[in-house]
Design a protein around this ligand. Structure first.
Ligand SMILES: Cc1ncc(COP(=O)(O)O)c(C=O)c1O
Length: 417
């Protein structure tokens, strides 16, 4: 699994593919399109960016790093993090010279607080809790637990830029909240540090060079061109980008030897720009793009997966549908529990469908009692819901899943109840 942000090179539609008429890969993140500017009426859903204190960063991981710096913890302090994670949630704590201690998660995705021993809780100064998949939940219990122990709560909203989390809007439970712009908007990179009640002291981010600024804009348009999203201009833009890439290609080819796993992990997390100010391309698009279409199309795509995967043998939605109000969310992915997950996942990746799973966990993450984390890392496939997938795209992914599931009997790995 790649953990760096989407870049045009990851999502090229090859000329060969176009010539052969094979289905092109589907985009793995939002893409700028004429329709990105459409004004669509959407229900009034809260957003992390509406919180009283905000500061923009280059990524969600940079926002976690900056949240930890705001807390001014002594070097070597313990930060609690979930066993079910993306490595970009852990790398910031390690870069901030902090010690990570892991907690397990329950079947509802919330921290298994009862299993955190008293000594670890006493040592801990901060806790990172994520709203997985964009299906935000109340953090009332977690907030109380942290308050009783003097632990700062970092609410990781990378998957839910929008939504209500029980009794509060998303982001309003944490002492600091963090979010990822590039998962929700067609921006080259971007993150957000926010707080409902703590002011954010100056992040002292260094401005990016003119070359980086221009590259940021070029990346947005190059990605859009690859997916032919600018009707009327695609051909001329494609010609210009081909010209640009033919000049760069020879310099881009490297033959680096593989590095050992922990170094690989930090390298893949691409933490190089955590102290940089966000690009003007990201900030401008954030300021001008309307949000209604983003919210409604994500809800529609989520519902579309639910419809097409209903009753399928060997897989089921991770959470029972209908228990939460999906009208108050803008999902990031549709989480699907799959019994025979390894076979299915590798086949879906080979088909370049917009599906991933968190199967790369930070080295040293322990096995914990009563923890769903390891099961989710293997069995939960995350099916992307972003607004620039059409209903036909979602249906194509769902049909591939159905067909793979029916092609061989599922190995019996019962889903936890
Ligand atoms: C839960 C969670 N937190 C934080 C991050 C980091 O966000 P970004 O990719 O914007 O750095 C990710 C990225 O996948 C994530 O899934």
């Amino acid at each position: 699994m790649s953990v760096s942000t989407t870049s045009p090179s990851q999502t090229l539609i090859s000329d060969a593919q176009a010539r052969s008429g094979a289905s092109p890969p589907l985009p793995r993140g939002p893409i700028l399109d004429w329709s990105s500017f459409q004004l669509v009426d959407a229900p009034g859903i809260s957003s992390v960016e509406d919180l009283p204190h905000t500061a923009f960063t280059t990524s969600g991981r940079a926002a976690i790093y900056q949240a930890l710096l705001q807390l001014q913890l002594p070097s070597g302090s313990t930060v609690l993090a979930p066993s079910y994670h993306c490595p970009t949630m852990i790398a910031p704590a390690i870069l901030a010279n902090l010690n990570v201690s892991y907690f397990g998660i329950r079947a509802d995705g919330l921290p298994n607080l009862d299993a955190i021993d008293a000594a670890t809780a006493r040592q801990s100064k901060a806790m990172i809790v994520a709203h997985y998949f964009g299906l935000a939940r109340s953090l009332a219990e977690v907030r109380r637990w942290c308050d009783e122990r003097g632990i700062a709560l970092i609410e990781d909203c990378a998957h839910c830029y929008f939504g209500e989390a029980g009794e509060r809007p998303v982001g309003a439970w944490g002492d600091y909240s963090t979010a990822s712009l590039s998962k929700f908007l067609p921006v080259p990179e971007g993150g957000l540090l926010a707080s409902s009640h703590r002011s954010i002291s100056n992040l002292r981010l260094s401005p990016q060079s003119l070359k980086a600024q221009l590259k940021g804009w070029a990346d947005v348009f190059e990605l859009a061109t690859k997916y032919q999203r600018f009707s009327g201009f695609n051909k001329v833009l494609a010609f210009l980008f081909r010209l640009k890439n033919s000049r760069l290609r020879s310099a881009a080819i490297t033959d680096a030897p593989p590095e050992p796993e922990p170094a690989n992990m930090m390298r893949d997390c691409d933490m190089g720009r955590i102290s940089h100010a966000p690009l003007s391309a990201s900030m401008t698009l954030k300021a001008v793009l309307p949000r209604g279409r983003v919210i409604l199309r994500r809800q529609r795509n989520f519902a579309c997966y639910a419809k097409h995967l209903e009753g399928v043998r060997g897989a089921r939605p991770l959470f029972p549908l209908g228990t939460a109000s999906f009208s108050q969310m803008a999902p990031y992915v549709f989480p699907l529990w799959v019994d025979d997950a390894d076979r299915l996942y590798h086949a879906l990746r080979a088909m370049e469908l917009p599906v991933f799973r968190w199967d790369r966990i930070w080295p040293g993450t322990p096995a914990l009692n009563d923890d769903q984390g390891p099961l989710w890392s293997r069995h939960v496939l995350q099916l992307l819901c972003h607004q620039d997938l059409s209903e036909a795209d979602v249906q194509r992914t769902a049909e591939a899943i159905r067909s793979l599931l029916s092609s061989e009997p599922a190995l019996a790995t019962p889903a936890p109840t």
